[in-house]
Design a protein around this ligand. Structure first.
Ligand SMILES: Nc1ncnc2c1ncn2[C@@H]1O[C@H](COP(=O)(O)OP(=O)(O)OP(=O)(O)O)[C@@H](O)[C@H]1O
Ligand SMILES: [Mg+2]
Length: 215
């Protein structure tokens, strides 16, 4: 099958299940005959992966919020040009683990740079590049942080700088993602992430079918 190339993003707070669900969805899409590129942010191109390390590791107060916003925009511009656009042009579906909305939520709302400011920075960096569909995994903050913490226990390479930020920061993120979905209901679908992995995956597949994205 060779339908239209699609650009899907997964968003939500820490430990919501984005990476778990995106992998399962990529596997399923491949069984449907779709060629998939699975990528992530921050990162997704060699240069952007270097910026990822700067952003996700080290002391919580390592960067000013504005510096984070600018680094993310720089990384995203590189990722779009060198990874995302070539894949879409080759007819692949691009599934991206976090994208534009994470900057709006984390740096715009959570870190206080301002929503419009973050949008403006991104416009300067790469113009307009919106996904066909954004899946927002919504979960009470406590549950997400617990999941993330349990997972980090098994990892030596800690990418937990944002996880370590205070509780109120994570509450702000959750509301920010929900506000994005309210502002752009055509692009965004909010899913209850407080359910079993397989159930959530079924819901995702149903959304893809209902929106006729495979045709
Ligand atoms: N629906 C679920 N129920 C219970 N545990 C889950 C569920 N989904 C994922 N997990 C587990 O929670 C942890 C975090 O999941 P995952 O890494 O997919 O989240 P994430 O949204 O990608 O997190 P991050 O924002 O930190 O990248 C993993 O250990 C995963 O196995
Ligand atoms: Mg993840």
């Amino acid at each position: 099958m060779s339908g239209k190339a699609r650009f899907l993003t997964f968003e939500g707070g820490e430990g919501a299940g984005k990476s778990t669900q995106i992998r399962l969805l990529a596997n399923w899409l491949e069984t449907q005959g779709v060629e998939v590129l699975l990528t992530r942010e921050p990162g997704g191109s060699p240069g952007a992966e270097l910026i990822r390390d700067l952003l996700l590791k080290g002391a919580v107060d390592r960067w000013l919020p504005i510096s984070e916003a600018l680094m993310l925009a720089a990384a995203r511009a590189d990722h779009i040009e060198r990874t995302i656009k070539p894949a879409l042009e080759a007819g692949k579906w691009v599934l991206c683990d976090r994208f534009y909305d994470s900057s709006v939520a984390y740096q715009g709302a959570g870190r206080g740079v301002g929503i419009e400011e973050v949008q403006h920075i991104q416009e300067i960096a790469f113009g307009d590049m919106r996904p066909d569909l954004t899946l927002i995994l919504d979960l009470p903050v406590e549950i997400g942080l617990k999941r993330a913490l349990a997972r980090e226990g098994a990892k030596s390479d800690m990418e937990d700088r944002f996880e370590r930020m205070e509780r109120s920061f994570h509450e702000t993120l959750r509301q920010a993602f929900l506000s994005i979905a309210e502002r752009e209901p055509e692009r965004c679908v909010v899913l209850d992430a407080d359910q079993a992995i397989e159930r959530l995956q079924e819901n995702l597949r149903t959304i893809i079918m209902d929106k006729a994205l495979l045709s």
